[in-house]
Each structure stands twice: as structure tokens, then as C-alpha cells.
Design a protein around this ligand. Structure first.
Ligand SMILES: Nc1ncnc2c1ncn2[C@@H]1O[C@H](COP(=O)(O)OP(=O)(O)O)[C@@H](O)[C@H]1O
Ligand SMILES: [Mg+2]
Length: 223
């Protein structure tokens, strides 16, 4: 089976400052369908930068990223926007939900942007929110939800377009242990019925339970 994602000799140097910072130095790996890669690493080791490069949110300094055999380095801004909307879901540590929107509106948004009718998007969002134990909170805005609930909404939003790759950046970093364990369990249940691949950057050892492979990042490389 060919790789979903193939990364070769990836490097990122930030040049803004007077002294350049090599955030990602020489990363190579392949990811296949249904794989769950968990990346551990202390703060500042390059995890977020790596996820941003894969999502096309940062430009690459050296090396290549092939997503479904297409080179992310060579995509136009419009192509990258479509890639993120349709194929790559992103979950941030601090959810980045639209504060004025309810849970169901937040989750529906990517599907509506994709041309879906509102009622269809809402129906699908409802099912997802139910899967993550949030059926009863669908009409609440982020400010009326707990941290764990907000993070579940952000996960549902990242999943609604059924992306083949989901990138999660410290998704439980802001949650207490019990809530984090619950969210991980719900994610695992969801993945049993999906072919999505995940890359999770985290400090949370609980993710070891769902990982198909584990790497540790330090100073921009896998050690
Ligand atoms: N936009 C940026 N400009 C300059 N340096 C950056 C930028 N983003 C990250 N860095 C630096 O790159 C290194 C890796 O950061 P990051 O990828 O955020 O690590 P992690 O997510 O593991 O904490 C750090 O030294 C950080 O200061
Ligand atoms: Mg980070």
C-alpha cells in the first residue's frame, strides 16, 4: 500500500531574527492509512512547526512532503486551502473555535464551506457531537462550555469533512487527566470506524495506548 504521507529530509529554518533558528532539522518518515503516530518531545523541540509544515501553514526550507503523492511544497495558496479544508484536519491545544457560533455551528462550518446544505451539515455535526458525548451541548457557545467540551467540539470540527489525515497539537494539554482520558477514549472509538490517520504531538502518555508508532522529538530531529 502506498503512503498517505511521505516526508523526506524535512527542514525548517526561521530567519526572521538575527540568529536563524533550525526548528526542524532532518525529519523523514512515512505514514499509511489508519496509522496513529504519537510524537513526544519537550517544549521547543519542533513539534508544532512539524505539524504546521505538514498542513502547509509554514513554508519548507529543505526536503519534501508528499501528501497522497502530491508535493505540498509545490501547491499554490488556494490548493493548500483546499487541502486543509478537505483532507487535513487540525486540532490546536486551545481549540480556536468561533466564539459567536454554537457548538453545532462550529462543527458544521467546514462542511458548509465545502458546499453542503446547512441542514445536512447540521445533521452530520449532530451525529459527531453525539459520538463525543456532546449531544446535549450542541446549542451552547464556546464560552458556555468546559475546556474538555470545547476541545471535543474542536475535534468534531476537524473530523466533519472526513479528512484522511488529522493533526492534533497537544489536544489534551489544557485538560485535566480524567477529561483527557475520556477524550482519548472517544477518539479511539471514532477511529475504529474510520480510515483516518493521525499525528498527535503531545506530552500526554495516555496517547501511547492508541499509538501505532511513537517517536520522540528533540532539537528538531527524531531521537
Ligand atoms: N514563527 C517562528 N519564528 C521564529 N522561531 C520560531 C517560530 N515558531 C517556532 N519557532 C522556534 O522553533 C523552535 C521549535 O518551536 P515549536 O515548533 O513551537 O516547538 P514545540 O511545539 O515542540 O514546543 C523553538 O525554538 C521556537 O522558538
Ligand atoms: Mg507546540
Amino acid at each position: 500500500m502506498s503512503s498517505l504521507l511521505s516526508i523526506n529530509g524535512l527542514e525548517k529554518v526561521f530567519l526572521e531574527d538575527s540568529n536563524p533558528i533550525s526548528a526542524v532539522k532532518d525529519i523523514s518518515f512515512d505514514l499509511r492509512e489508519s496509522e496513529i503516530l504519537v510524537i513526544f518531545g519537550r517544549s521547543g523541540s519542533g513539534k508544532t512547526t512539524l505539524l504546521h509544515l505538514i498542513a502547509g501553514l509554514e513554508s519548507i526550507s529543505q526536503g519534501s512532503i508528499l501528501f497522497q503523492s502530491n508535493s505540498i511544497n509545490e501547491m499554490s495558496p488556494d490548493e493548500l486551502t483546499l487541502l486543509r479544508r478537505d483532507n487535513i484536519g487540525f486540532v490546536y491545544q486551545f481549540h480556536h473555535l468561533v466564539n459567536e457560533f454554537t457548538a453545532i455551528e462550529n462543527v458544521s462550518l467546514p462542511l458548509i464551506l465545502n458546499g453542503s446544505k446547512r441542514y445536512k451539515a447540521n445533521n452530520k455535526a449532530k451525529i459527531l457531537l453525539n459520538n463525543f458525548g456532546l449531544g446535549h451541548r450542541e446549542n451552547h457557545k464556546p464560552s458556555e462550555l468546559s475546556g474538555g467540551e470545547r476541545q471535543r467540539v474542536a475535534i468534531c470540527r476537524a473530523l466533519i469533512n472526513e479528512p484522511s489525515l488529522v493533526l492534533l497539537d497537544e489536544p489534551t494539554g489544557d485538560l485535566d487527566r480524567e477529561t483527557a482520558e475520556q477524550v482519548i477514549k472517544e477518539l479511539k472509538d471514532y477511529l475504529n470506524n474510520s480510515k483516518a490517520s493521525l499525528i498527535i504531538a503531545t506530552h500526554d502518555k495516555n496517547f501511547e495506548k492508541i499509538a501505532t508508532s511513537i517517536k520522540t522529538m528533540d532539537s528538531g530531529i527524531f531521537i
